[in-house]
Design a protein around this ligand. Structure first.
Ligand code: SAH
Length: 268
């Protein structure tokens, strides 16, 4: 048994230096029309329509969160909008809610982690999800990545080997209205044949080899994004595209994920 802190997924990327937040709305296209920017020294809770539910600190954290994604090269407006819309604090453990918008992985139950937001955004951008897509995720964890996908895709299936995590994620997703996500407790190494083929597949745990079932369940023209490499070392995000002639592979950034392990977890 591991303490829940033991298997931390070390962040691979240093944090950017803090920039000015004053003009943040002009940098986030769908927020340009908001009329009442918060005065920098206003101690009252957020004034903008989207910040009503948050205190000033959370609002600032969320602005900084989006700006830092943009600074690091995330440019897909739909992905950024999804990252803006999904409340990460709902998916982390209560003890981590105050720092939910820090750009780092955080522990969740069962010794697993919620991935670093930059990596979530990066993998999502590489997945090129469209509104009519059926997407499969292996490694539900907290359900955060599934919630991001639900904003972009038609339907999302997400498989988790820990029943406890699957149940918690299902409840969180349900509570926050992500109704196009179905969470299944099972071994994702077999994919999810019942709803195959998938237009997009994302694996959010480190695979030492490409699981053949996932390639089998990928539609023609489909994209599979996964961290590939040894469990005891850094892995590479790999993007596989199925074409009529076979599968093409692109090796992308280095990351560090918890391992993709065979079998449904015996521990709950
Ligand atoms: N996407 C998650 C983070 C995932 S951490 C989030 O947004 O929070 C990786 C997850 O993959 C862990 O929860 C782990 O239990 C799960 N996992 C590992 N091997 C698996 C397998 N064979 N099938 C399904 N899930 C698996």
């Amino acid at each position: 048994m591991h303490s829940y802190l033991q298997k931390r997924c070390a962040p691979e990327f240093e944090r950017d230096a803090d920039g000015s937040l004053r003009d943040w709305r002009s940098l986030i296209p769908w927020r340009r029309k908001e009329t009442q920017p918060m005065p920098p020294d206003d101690p009252r809770p957020g004034q903008g329509q989207q910040e009503q539910a948050f205190g000033r600190e959370e609002s600032v954290d969320r602005m900084e969160f989006l700006l830092s994604l943009r600074r690091r090269g995330m440019s897909d407006a739909a992905v950024l909008r999804a990252m803006d819309a999904v409340p990460r604090e709902a998916f982390v453990l209560p003890a981590f809610a105050a720092s939910a918008y820090a750009d780092r992985a955080m522990p969740i139950a069962c010794g697993q982690t919620i991935s670093q937001p930059y990596v979530v955004a990066y993998m999502t951008e590489q997945l090129e999800v469209q509104q009519d897509h059926r997407v499969l995720e292996i490694g539900t964890g907290s359900g955060y990545q599934a919630a991001i996908l639900s904003q972009l895709a038609g339907e999302v299936y997400s498989v988790e080997r820990y029943r406890t995590l699957a149940e918690t994620a299902r409840a969180t997703l349900e509570r926050h209205g992500y109704h196009n996500v179905t969470v299944i407790a099972s071994d994702g190494l077999h994919g999810l044949a019942a709803h195959a083929p998938y237009d997009r597949i994302i694996v959010t745990a480190a695979a030492e080899t490409i699981p053949p079932a996932l390639l089998d369940q990928l539609a023609e023209g489909g994209i599979l994004v996964l961290p590939l490499g040894r469990h005891d070392d850094a892995q590479r995000i790999v993007k596989l595209t199925r074409t009529a002639d076979g599968v093409t592979q692109q090796d992308l950034i280095w990351v560090r994920f918890v391992p993709l392990l065979p079998g449904q977890a015996r521990e709950l």
